[in-house]
Design a protein around this ligand. Structure first.
Ligand code: ZN
Ligand code: ZN
Length: 362
């Protein structure tokens, strides 16, 4: 049995646990990452109907060959204007009266198309059914993430050889992306962030045409996408001679990151991991400058459950892959973030990212 089929069976098994009034006769999967997870299909247009007897993938004629090569479930190639218009023709003959769907992946307009065509069918919102399964990674998924992390870190080392004051943030980001592609990444996992000086205090700064200046903080947040899986890493560089305040604040963030890593183990609450980082920064008087959550799950997508945040309680389990990335952002000074990709192991965690975490002085 393929890993994909096992996943579909696990999804169906979890849907049979839904209470009798809401238990669906079929579940409509529309998020592309979820479809990839359940079938292996990597195309850009698909719907999947998972039911007791198996699963049916709907896609369009552009993907006739690709879907046959990638998937092991039944397929239907449809020529309708949208797959949501074609889906009722597949649902009606089977007599399904209750269809589950994930409201976070189905637009209101698409749901209306289904409801209009299938007046006797009840559509039951059942959120995050696939995402819940995706939280715990299989050995092959962890291997893919490991590969993405390796490429990520190697590309960082190579790009750093080109770092000198005067080159633009854009240019350095392009160097990082180029190196990741050369090393075998399909693409970057997200738009590479290279932010220099005060711009590093913008949590999600876009690289600009401005030059990277000497004696200013440089924040680099990068990820590779490899075999469908993402990595995510943030490191701090400093072209020139870092002053005392820079070194001190970098040390605060590193201490917070290590404290959070220490808290990552099976059975621990994601809230406790977040708290561990937050307490350290608070103790150093920069708690208010930590304006985001400590981390997030990653896999087929760079942000996926679980979140490692103040109010998002998940019990960590072996096989979950998360980031640990506390940061502080001081508008007149700059931002410092340190981020690793981490897998929860049976006894604690393994930091996959091999890049040293100290301030990279060049
Ligand atoms: Zn990141
Ligand atoms: Zn991240």
């Amino acid at each position: 049995m393929t890993e994909f089929r096992t996943r579909r069976e696990r999804l169906w098994e979890s849907l049979t646990q839904v209470d009798a009034n809401h238990r669906p006769h079929a579940y409509l999967v529309s998020g592309l990452a979820n479809i990839r997870y359940l079938t292996g299909f990597t195309g850009s247009n698909a719907l999947l109907l998972v039911h007791a007897g198996g699963a049916l993938l709907l896609t369009d004629p552009r993907y006739t060959t690709q879907s046959a090569q990638e998937t092991d479930c039944s397929r239907s190639i449809v020529r309708a204007k949208s797959l949501f218009q074609a889906a009722p023709g597949k649902i009606k003959p089977r007599g399904w009266k209750r269809i589950g769907f994930d409201p976070s992946h189905v637009a209101c307009a698409s749901l209306e198309v289904l409801r209009d065509a299938l007046p006797g069918v009840r559509f039951v919102p059942l959120e995050s059914q696939v995402e819940r399964l995706r939280m715990v990674k299989s050995a092959s998924e962890i291997e893919a993430i490991r590969r993405a992390v390796r490429i990520n870190s190697e590309a960082f080392d190579r790009a750093m050889e080109h770092l000198r004051p005067g080159i633009s943030e854009n240019c350095f980001a392009a160097e990082i992306d180029y190196q990741m592609r050369l090393l075998g990444a399909e693409r970057q996992a997200f738009e590479t962030i290279v932010a220099s000086g005060p711009r590093s205090a913008l949590v999600h700064a876009r690289p600009s045409g401005d030059p990277i200046l000497a004696n200013e903080l440089l924040l680099i947040d990068m990820g590779a996408h490899c075999g469908g899986y993402a990595s995510d890493m943030t490191r701090m560089a400093f072209p020139g001679q870092p002053d005392r305040k820079t070194k001190q604040h970098h040390a605060f963030v590193l201490e917070a990151q290590l404290a959070a890593l220490d808290a990552v183990k099976p059975g621990a609450s994601s809230v406790a991991v977040d708290r561990a980082a937050r307490q350290v920064l608070k103790r150093h008087g920069v708690g208010d400058a930590f304006v985001h959550s400590t981390g997030h799950g990653l896999g087929l997508e760079v942000h996926e459950p679980p979140r490692v945040a103040k109010k998002y309680r998940t019990r960590l389990e072996a096989g979950m892959v998360i980031t640990v990335e506390p940061g502080i952002y001081l508008p007149d000074f700059g931002g410092i973030r340190i981020e690793d990709t981490v897998v929860v192991t049976p006894h604690g965690c393994e930091v996959l990212t091999p890049t040293p975490k100290d301030l990279h002085v060049v």
